[in-house]
Unconditional design. Structure first.
Length: 403
């Protein structure tokens, strides 16, 4: 089987996902096209040089609807003979785009792909496309559906995490992200975003709050308590699935949950022969990919079983992995991962995560892979694993190996 390598990875800065965010004026198609152009220019790509552009985005409606991937190709300087494929595996869409590209290369179905994703959350609100698992009462009751915030609090209750642990993880995420920016650790990957006049409108992540401390977070009210206890009573729905729990402890709030942001990322994946033909040096080998389904009520525990699956497929143990990127959708997701594998927190999300920097849904998986690769190169780490929890109960993972 042909091996698949990452030749390059880049991303936009993440803009606040609000009308006053710096990227609000940019459409998903336009931001995607900028990332595609930057990737092509950095690697000297021209003509029909890649097989396909596989692009993840979650809220596929309105200006993010249709086949956004093909629209992005046509809006970019890429050859119009290159097609585009839009995919949606919720929060793991960008990772699955990279994984699908790698597996296509492995199977011999093309020598190279561009993969990644985008989400403009300031322009296309999360959930505005509807979802059967939330909107169809028969499916919602069958699965004991609850919103993600309730699921995150359910994880904290089920596995014994308290508010102080969640807030401490959030403060550390902010500290690490601020240090990473101060030391220029993201410099290789960041592509400044320009407006229609070519003027730079954002060149660094703007969701970051480096002054965050435990006292600041302690003043915030739990974000999902009213939703769970008073309004539709989602706590009772969750407890139907987890009757051994007396109640759900609500520990999450805006400060220890992922930020709503705009952003995009692109990764160049190809065979060794592709790199030789174009004078490119591979940065990492994609050693393994995996995905899994999990309980849709607690929903966000997927990083644990998918990591078990991918390690088994790769013939590795958790001790064989040097660095981890675990998406900080909520603090309890990362706490559960660290608990399950007894990994050193100092090797998880070394440069902060989505709590500090934000979670542009369809792009995050590709961002995690790029961040992991940069950190592996910076520290000399040989192996790294990136993983995400996924809405409706799924998990995805990728293992990288430096070459």
């Amino acid at each position: 089987m042909t091996e698949a390598f990452i030749y390059d990875a880049l991303r936009s800065p993440r803009g606040r996902g609000r009308p006053d965010g710096s990227l609000h004026e940019v459409t998903a198609v336009a931001l995607s096209a900028q990332m595609l152009n930057a990737l092509a220019a950095r690697n000297g790509l021209s003509g029909p040089v890649v097989e396909d552009v596989i692009w993840g985005n979650v809220t596929q409606v309105g200006e993010q609807g249709g086949c956004l991937a093909r629209s992005a190709v046509l809006a970019s300087d890429l050859d119009q003979t290159i097609p585009g494929l839009s995919i949606n595996r919720f929060c793991a869409s960008g990772m699955e785009a990279v994984n699908l590209a790698a597996n296509q290369v492995r199977a011999g179905a093309g020598a190279a792909y561009v993969a990644g994703g985008v989400e403009m959350m300031s322009r296309v609100p999360m959930g505005s496309d509807g979802a059967a698992i939330a909107a169809d009462p028969s499916l919602a009751m069958r699965t004991r559906f609850v919103p993600q915030g309730i699921a995150a609090d359910l994880i904290a209750t089920e596995f014994g995490f308290d508010r102080e642990q969640a807030d401490a993880l959030a403060v550390e995420s902010q500290r690490r992200a601020a240090l990473a920016w101060a030391e220029g650790r993201f410099a290789r990957s960041i592509v400044p975003v320009t407006d229609i006049n070519g003027l730079t409108i954002l060149d660094r992540d703007e969701h970051l709050r480096p002054g965050t401390d435990l006292a600041t977070l302690a003043a915030l009210k739990p974000a999902f308590a009213e939703m769970g206890e008073v309004m539709p009573g989602f706590d009772q729905v969750a407890l139907m699935k987890y009757p051994h729990l007396e109640r759900i402890r609500h520990i999450h709030h805006a400060g220890n949950s992922s930020g709503i942001v705009d952003g995009a990322a692109a990764v160049l994946v190809g065979s060794r022969d592709f790199g030789r033909a174009h004078g490119l040096t591979p940065r990492a080998r994609i050693r393994a990919t995996a995905r899994i389904g999990t309980d849709p009520t607690i929903m966000l525990t997927g990083p644990v079983p998918v990591t078990q699956r991918i390690l088994a497929q790769a013939g590795m143990t958790i001790a064989d992995i040097d660095l981890f990127e675990v998406n900080e959708a909520f603090a309890s997701v990362v706490l559960r991962f660290q608990q399950a594998f007894d990994v050193d927190p100092g090797r998880v999300n070394v440069n902060g995560g989505a709590i500090a920097l934000g979670h542009p849904l369809g792009a995050t998986g590709a961002i995690l892979i790029g961040t992991l690769l940069d950190e592996m190169e910076r520290t000399g780490a040989a192996t790294g694993l990136a993983t995400l929890c996924i809405a409706s109960g799924m998990g995805a993972a990728t293992i990288l190996e430096r070459v």
